[in-house]
Design a protein around this ligand. Structure first.
Ligand SMILES: *Cc1c(COP(=O)(O)O)cnc(C)c1O
Length: 365
């Protein structure tokens, strides 16, 4: 992106995202310098420096934050989980303030909003994020406009630029949950969004082995408010988790590229299969949602019949997983009961298709 002031390269032209994923957050090079940041296990540090105490800072977190900040084009703070990051952003609004959010936001985000509302802490207005006019109208008197795009698991796309303009005119902050797109496919800060939130548990980590969250921003004032919140509330990442996610991010571009290529091929084939009533795919990324023609029982059957595809929640790992989202009581009732979300991994697409097709063949009428 031309207007993207990311880390400068040796030739002063901005480095491309794949190079940033590999190089950002490394220790300074030199004889005997390790190429990777060590896992610093320390609850406290010698007095008089910048770190002081383990709840305030950790060099392993910092390395991860430098890498993700460089990819998103802002400064980054890591948190214990994606939902810890979501909670920290939602907590920015004043008492009784209005928060606008997609009705098909991640179920945990919706539950947090419902909880805030039940306690009179904030008002939530849930919108169809694809109806840009309705979202723009809802921005009026809002304190925060939350966007998720693509949404999980409906895979709806928001017009981030138009909504951000309207929200800023209304004096509201804009936050985008960028978990599904990753900074390789979408960089909201470049489009004037105030805050980007990640469940780093998913694509950034990429190996289904760690929970971590992050918030990125270009606004120094917001950054210090959020840093202060993390210091006080203590939703800090584990050191090992930060290291694992940074390790995963070194191949983010390769994994996303392969998962996306696999997803695009599977979408073409799924659209032809008689067991499928609807394929939802925004055209990019590695998540595909399908609605089974024969309903809920067929959807459950599919999740139990695959051998290679693992029946499990979560997404964004190297391994392909699937689940019927409405098996969770917390999932929005407007998500079809027979919708199965596929998290396409980086295996050979022919093996993925063989397994999926065999299972789907058993779900036809
Ligand atoms: C998983 C997820 C979250 C929550 O992240 P955790 O790391 O599980 O706490 C938030 N947003 C989206 C879009 C997610 O998929």
């Amino acid at each position: 992106m031309a207007d993207d002031p990311r880390t400068p390269s040796p030739t002063d032209s901005p480095l491309r995202p794949s190079t940033i994923a590999v190089t950002a957050g490394r220790p300074d090079p030199g004889p005997d310098a390790p190429l990777n940041v060590p896992i610093t296990m320390a609850s406290t540090y010698g007095a008089g420096g910048d770190l002081e105490y383990g709840r305030y800072a950790n060099p392993t977190w910092t390395a991860f934050e430098e890498a993700l900040g460089a990819l998103e084009g802002g400064r980054c703070l890591s948190f214990a989980s994606g939902l810890a990051a979501v909670a920290t952003v939602l907590d920015l609004v004043g008492h009784g303030a209005k928060v606008v959010a997609p009705r098909h936001s991640y179920s945990g985000t919706i539950m947090q909003l419902a909880d805030l509302e039940a306690r009179g802490r904030a008002r939530a207005e849930l919108v169809d994020v694809t109806d840009t006019d309705a979202v723009v109208k809802a921005c009026d008197d809002a304190a925060l406009v939350w966007i998720e795009s693509p949404t999980n698991p409906a895979l709806e796309i928001a017009d981030i630029e138009t909504i951000t303009k309207a929200a800023h005119e209304a004096g509201a902050y804009v936050a985008v949950d960028n978990t599904f797109a990753t900074p390789l496919l979408q960089t909201p800060l470049v489009h004037d969004v105030d805050l980007v939130v990640h469940s780093a548990t998913k694509y950034l980590a990429g190996h289904s082995d760690a929970l971590l969250g992050a918030i990125c921003t270009r606004d120094d004032e917001l950054f210090s408010v959020l840093k202060n919140r993390r210091d006080l509330l203590g939703a800090i990442p584990g050191t090992l988790e930060a290291w694992l996610v940074l390790r995963g991010m070194r191949t983010l571009h390769l994994r996303v590229e392969r998962a996306q290529a696999n997803a695009q091929e599977l979408v073409r084939r799924l659209e032809e299969h008689p067991a499928i009533a609807e394929v939802r795919y925004p055209g990019f990324g590695g998540i595909v949602s399908v609605v089974l023609a024969q309903g809920t029982i067929a959807a459950d059957l599919l999740t139990h019949k695959t051998r290679l595809w693992v029946h499990a929640t979560s997404l964004g790992g190297v391994e392909s997983t699937l689940e019927r989202r409405r098996r969770w009581k917390s999932e929005a009732p407007t998500i079809p009961d027979a919708l199965v979300r596929l998290s396409v991994g980086v295996e050979d697409v022919e093996d993925l298709w063989d397994d999926l097709r065999a299972a789907l063949d058993g779900c036809v009428g």
